[in-house]
Design a protein around this ligand. Structure first.
Ligand code: 5GP
Ligand code: 5GP
Ligand code: 5GP
Length: 210
């Protein structure tokens, strides 16, 4: 018996702020072929993880990304899961990378269609921008307390997030990615069993415009 599906403990659901991807000194950014995305958080991925902080990847080379399996989701994907990498593209290479690196490790719960559909649903459900705006936290280029940002997301989503920061070209720490966690059945948000290793943000961070 050939067993390709590895077990895992939970998922990270990771969303990115496009303004911080684009103004960082590390990336250049290119708007999708379909145009500049809305000024909203967008999906980075849904990543199986172990409780000890490690994670499986590239679990099944026999199940490559196949856009024809998600044709009914493509317009939603373009809106909510755009790729900002260069050169300008329609997102398929980003989706393919995410499925093959992370999604294939969740085959015990998802096929390609349910993997992408579930992830799109989580973005709706968590509505980060609405949660932040409700607390007066806007993508206006000013700085906000990390604690207030985390509290607002917890208030809106019900769960404590982990925030990943990056630096703009002047070296200011800014809101880049938001991590929430999903149980291993892929059905419910949960408190994260462990937060990703990463640099501290600092107590005040910029929320850049996009
Ligand atoms: P970076 O080194 O930029 O933080 O992450 C590079 C890539 O490694 C991410 O896009 C993601 O695919 C993977 N990665 C980084 N940290 C984690 C983690 O804690 N859990 C999982 N599952 N993947 C991660
Ligand atoms: P990860 O391996 O960290 O899950 O995904 C990062 C990979 O996806 C990198 O190879 C990166 O170039 C590519 N990528 C394409 N579009 C985007 C995007 O909009 N944001 C991020 N963070 N990575 C993207
Ligand atoms: P505390 O444990 O007092 O909440 O946070 C101590 C320090 O840990 C903060 O000043 C901040 O730099 C870092 N920290 C707290 N929460 C987060 C987070 O969600 N992401 C990152 N990157 N650092 C954090």
């Amino acid at each position: 018996l050939l067993c390709v599906s590895q077990d895992f403990d939970f998922f990270y659901f990771v969303q990115q702020w496009p303004g911080a991807y684009c103004d960082s000194d590390k990336n250049s950014c290119c708007y999708p072929t379909t145009g500049k995305p809305a000024a909203d958080f967008s999906i980075h991925g849904l990543w199986p993880n172990y409780n000890d902080g490690s994670y499986p990847q590239n679990c099944d080379s026999n199940n490559p990304f196949d856009a024809s399996k998600i044709s009914d989701l493509i317009s939603n994907m373009r809106k909510n899961w755009p790729s900002l990498s260069c050169p300008s593209n329609d997102g398929e290479s980003f989706w393919s990378h995410e499925w093959e690196k992370h999604g294939t490790c969740s085959e015990s719960v998802f096929d390609q269609h349910s993997y992408f559909e579930t992830t799109l649903g989580l973005k709706q459900q968590t509505n980060l921008l609405k949660a932040l705006k409700a607390a007066g936290i806007e993508p206006d280029g000013s700085s906000y307390s990390l604690e207030n940002i985390k509290d607002a997301i917890k208030e809106g989503s019900g769960y404590a997030p982990w925030i990943e920061c990056n630096e703009d070209s002047s070296g200011n720490s800014q809101l880049y990615q938001v991590y929430l966690c999903l149980d291993k059945s892929g059905s419910n948000l949960i408190e994260c069993p462990v937060f990703p290793k990463g640099k501290r943000c600092g107590s005040e961070i910029e929320f850049p415009t996009f």
